[in-house]
Design a protein. Structure first.
Length: 205
């Protein structure tokens, strides 16, 4: 019994240290992502990221073994936020049309407000075709995205049909993203209108 209190203090201290490290790692990644989304994976080194983010190269190496691990962490953070936003929007939707409206608005907002970071996602997805280190995280993220479009599919749809629906939505998202990045930019409302039409068609609404 006398050993429980010291052990408890050590566990609490260890947990606090780990939480502080995780918060610092996340802050570094959020800063580094600005450089990554500006220049892309192939054209950016850890030294570039450190310079663009006002960080020391040693600090980056302390938290991330290499550029690949940093990029994986950054993209996972970004996609977690993206899926959480879409999920929150569609959770409060009422009826089929309300669901499509909420989904369309979420996709439009993602392009209008954060096109650069979405471009980084497509960059790492392309890299996964050539570099196996990216394949697990890309598969993990795509599984979450396929699950995200599940409410748009008919109740009888199987996983293969849902994957096809995801492919249709993703293809249009990428097309609109590329158009937004190359200009002229479309308004968020205009993008939402485009997504509504596609979602109705793809989901058979």
């Amino acid at each position: 019994m006398t050993d429980q209190k010291p052990i408890g203090k050590l566990a609490a201290r260890s947990a606090a240290k780990q939480a502080k490290r995780s918060a610092r790692k996340r802050a570094l990644a959020e800063s580094a992502i600005e450089a990554l989304k500006r220049y892309g994976y192939a054209n950016t080194t850890l030294r570039d990221i450190a310079a663009q983010s006002d960080l020391s190269l040693g600090m980056l190496h302390y938290y991330f073994e290499n550029k690949e691990q940093l990029l994986i962490y950054c993209v996972r953070l970004y996609k977690e936020a993206f899926t959480a936003d879409i999920g929150a929007r569609i959770a409060g939707a009422e009826g089929r049309e309300g669901l499509i409206q909420a989904f369309a608005e979420g996709l439009a907002a993602a392009i209008a407000r954060d096109a650069g970071t979405h471009r980084l996602w497509y960059d790492i997805r392309n890299q996964a075709l050539f570099d196996a280190v990216f394949q697990p995280v890309v598969a993990e993220i795509e599984d979450s995205l396929i699950g995200l479009v599940r409410p748009l599919a008919p109740e009888t749809a199987d996983r293969a049909q849902i994957a096809v629906l995801y492919g249709a939505v993703d293809g249009v998202f990428r097309h609109l993203l590329e158009s937004q990045l190359s200009g002229p930019e479309r308004s968020e409302a205009d993008l939402a209108d485009a997504f509504r039409g596609v979602l109705r068609l793809a989901a058979g609404a």
